[in-house]
Design a protein. Structure first.
Length: 154
């Protein structure tokens, strides 16, 4: 069993410490937002925030996040359901196509904007290494710029 703060709540996840975090989240915590893509930290579909850092959950063990703060795509909105600026911008720009990879993009974009509030295209391309088979990259870039503007408006 591992205790952690997950999407704002202190939880005990009943799974072995060496279980990959992705599968502990999906199978034991019931959070299906993080997706399996490559399993080798390349595609980004499984990304979650660990203490605010965008982290591939496929190669992170459950034990490695003991006592830490994990946020999945399900935890990006405020407790009252208000969407984050990134989520709102994703809708405004209609960023997803099939949607499979998008939870990881939302997480990576959230982490980027915390670090770089108004990123350039080059900074976006350097920071967001997620892979999208549908090729949503131009929309993602637009959505991140829009999210930056929304955040600046407060
Ligand atoms: S499934 Fe984790 S990075 Fe691809
Ligand atoms: S939206 Fe389809 S794989 Fe990214």
């Amino acid at each position: 069993m591992v205790s952690l703060t997950l999407n704002g709540r202190l939880v005990d996840v009943e799974a072995p410490e060496d279980k990959p975090l992705l599968w502990a989240l999906r199978e034991d915590a019931g959070l299906l937002g993080p997706k399996y893509g490559c399993g080798i930290a390349e595609c980004g579909a499984c990304r979650v925030l660990v203490d605010g850092q965008s982290t591939p959950s496929c190669v992170t063990s459950l034990g490695a996040v003991a006592g830490r703060t994990v946020v999945t795509v399900e935890g990006l909105a405020a407790p009252d359901g208000t969407l984050s600026a990134v989520q709102q911008a994703w809708i405004d720009e209609q960023a997803p196509q099939c949607g499979y990879c998008q939870p990881g993009f939302l997480v990576a974009a959230t982490a980027l904007l915390e670090r770089v509030p108004d990123p350039t295209d080059a900074e976006i391309d350097a920071a967001i290494t997620n892979i999208c088979r549908c090729g949503t990259y131009p929309r993602i870039r637009r959505a991140i710029h829009r999210a930056a503007a929304l955040r600046a408006e407060g």
